[in-house]
Design a protein around this ligand. Sequence first.
Ligand code: PMP
Length: 367
Amino acid sequence: MFSQRIDGLRPSPIRSILNVIERPGMVSFAGGLPATDALPSWSGAVPPALLQYGRSEGEPELRAAVSDSLRALGVDAPPERVMILSGSQQGIDLTAKLFVDPGTTVAVEYPTYLAALQVLRFYGAEFADIATSALERVPLGYVVPTFANPTGACMSETERDRLAETCLRTGTAVFEDDPYRELAYEPCDRTPIVARMVGGTWIYQGSFSKTFAPGLRLGYLAASEDLFEHLVAIKQATDLHSSRLSQRIVFDAITDPGWPARLAGLVSFYRSRRDAFEGSLRRHFDGLATWDTPPGGLFYWLRLQRPIDTRTLLADAIENRVAFMPGEEFSPGQPDIGTMRLNFSHASADDTERGLRTLARILARAS
Ligand code: PMP
């Protein structure tokens, strides 16, 4: 099931020792820790202890808070099987390292998140469509079922059930990537697929990038018992641990009594951006493209009425000060040329109107 490189991976002996040196009275000659007195104290707001090396799995308080939120979703994720990531992008890298050798098939959605394809390809993965392939010989399936990137789609309850059942039967590990779950503008079933996988092999990950601040580079994962220790060893070998300062900032934010109100405010703000975007799209793209209104997340996925390669429009668009992502970038298989991804969270309603008007004009000229 795992990649060949895993045979050569040993848990770091130093990391195991570092987990015990905080015990009272411990004299440690083990790691290369800077003297506590030598750590900078530039701000009273930063406890010096956070400037020391920390645990690979993450700060215990943050892991416990994440565990609580995952268990509320029905995911079997005690704090001991929660790991803090340096952005959820890192979870894709760790998982690829665990599963992918050159030629390993990974089942994915068509289209799917471009930077997941980038990482998986880097380790030599080949792709199969998770919706149509038999998964018997596929060790790993990567899915973004809730407000997918790039399509914004939300998998139905039936599709979630079916995928969980299939993977339990075939032994395929499910890797559920869920950074957009909180950004829900319409009701839809969002129960994680892995919550349906008792006894199965799975990884579930989320991110603080969309709900809080991407620059802190923090995400988290939980995994079934057969995978978790491997993922921790790979994390040790990758970056020792994620920023403790970032973890403290996020912990304070998500345990603040104002956090649920902040999330609700964010959702209604992005819903209104989506609605403004929808209005501009209807004004300018009628007859040029079709789309489904995304029930959540950050993206519209447009299919052009005429099969124009959207890559050829990009230079013209940028010259006219509008940027978009050609859909081809999200394609694991045959290029999906007549598609584009448009983000609706960043631009104001006025900029959206101006940008979409310009883009429609460029498209009409090329049609
Ligand atoms: N997964 C998906 C599906 C994403 O869209 C993104 C960000 N665009 C990530 C993972 C990575 O996010 P981050 O590393 O900021 O948590």
